[in-house]
Design a protein around this ligand. Structure first.
Ligand SMILES: Cc1cc2nc3c(=O)[nH]c(=O)nc-3n(C[C@H](O)[C@H](O)[C@H](O)COP(=O)(O)O)c2cc1C
Length: 185
């Protein structure tokens, strides 16, 4: 069976953000598994204005094309005012079918592991028909980042990260059959 394509989506776009460090950690561990094609997907690269504020058909097309290539997602989620960042919500709003019937895992961070943001994201993913898996590495800004800036994850998160990836691949493979053209099912 062909390997699944899994996008590791960086949820924050602010200058000085921590999400690239977390995304690289996920990618490094995921790549070592060799069980899927993992890639970092950086919302910044798509230059998405706030939805509807201006004509952004080219950016929207590029974003949807990238999402359409993917079978599943790992969202790198940071907590902003007890929810997800505005940039991640905006990027979620920019697509519909390209999200549907795919799997997702969440890696979050914040003062309490980004748990409140992760739970908000789960509600949004339900509306987009994305199957978000249970296992969820939740990283602490206090203990997994040195001086709140340099990512040094505790070893215990490895178990959850691998468990989450196992579930994303299992559900991602199952859901791919729903998206296959009828003749191939
Ligand atoms: C506007 C704003 C609101 C925030 N609100 C929360 C919050 O409610 N809970 C929390 O744990 N951290 C909060 N934080 C801290 C962020 O989780 C932390 O700065 C994190 O590094 C942001 O992710 P980023 O570096 O990838 O942008 C907030 C940060 C910002 C900029």
């Amino acid at each position: 069976m062909e390997k699944l394509n899994i996008g590791i989506i960086l949820g924050s776009t602010r200058q000085g953000r921590l999400s690239p460090q977390v995304g690289e950690w996920v990618k490094q561990i995921a790549d070592a598994r060799g069980d899927a094609n993992y890639e970092i997907v950086d919302i910044v690269d798509y230059r998405l204005p706030l939805l509807g504020e201006e004509d952004a058909s080219e950016q929207a097309a590029a974003w949807n094309t990238k999402l359409a290539e993917l079978d599943g997602f790992v969202f790198i989620v940071q907590e902003y005012n007890h929810s997800i960042s505005a940039s991640l919500k905006n990027a979620l709003d920019y697509a519909r079918e390209a999200w549907n019937n795919k799997s997702a895992g969440i890696v979050s961070y914040g003062s309490v592991g980004g748990a409140r943001a992760a739970e908000h994201l789960r509600g949004i993913l339900g509306e987009l028909s994305v199957a978000d898996v249970r296992v969820h590495p939740a990283l602490s800004l206090f203990t997994d980042f040195e001086n709140g800036a340099t990512f040094k994850p505790a070893d215990l998160h490895l178990v959850n990260l691998n468990g989450m990836l196992d579930q994303v691949l299992a559900w991602g493979g199952a859901l791919k059959t729903l998206r296959a053209p009828a003749a191939l099912v």
